[in-house]
Ligand binder design. Structure first.
Ligand code: ZN
Length: 114
């Protein structure tokens, strides 16, 4: 499953950061999940709960912020947030848009316990 490998690299990242900051545990892991990232939040949470037990995250809470798609339209020069997978500008219906946000998944914040 795709989400399992994501969680495994996430845990590695957490272990590294905890070591760098001499933290004993991680209290909270905050993620940004773009709606176009292909990550299924429910599956990710499930994988997190499974994997965290043997890691520095073993009692960490997972917080997921779902990032909507943000399009920059070069026709009407407007930035808009859309909740669906589209590249059409909701204002002027132009296709000359650029995806600014919502495509990636990233670690936003870790709360460490020292
Ligand atoms: Zn537009």
């Amino acid at each position: 499953m795709h989400e399992y490998s994501i969680v495994m690299s996430l845990m590695e990242q957490c272990e590294r950061l905890a070591q760098q900051h001499q933290a004993q545990h991680i209290e909270q892991v905050e993620l940004k999940i773009g709606i176009l990232s292909g990550v299924e939040p429910a599956l990710l949470a499930q994988a997190f709960e499974t994997f965290k037990l043997d890691t520095v995250c073993h009692h960490a809470k997972l917080v997921m912020n779902i990032q909507p798609l943000v399009l920059q339209c070069s026709t009407c020069d407007t930035q808009s947030q859309v909740q669906e997978s589209t590249i059409i500008c909701p204002i002027c219906h132009s296709q000359h848009t650029q995806v600014i946000d919502g495509e990636d998944m990233m670690l936003m914040q870790l709360i460490l316990e020292t």
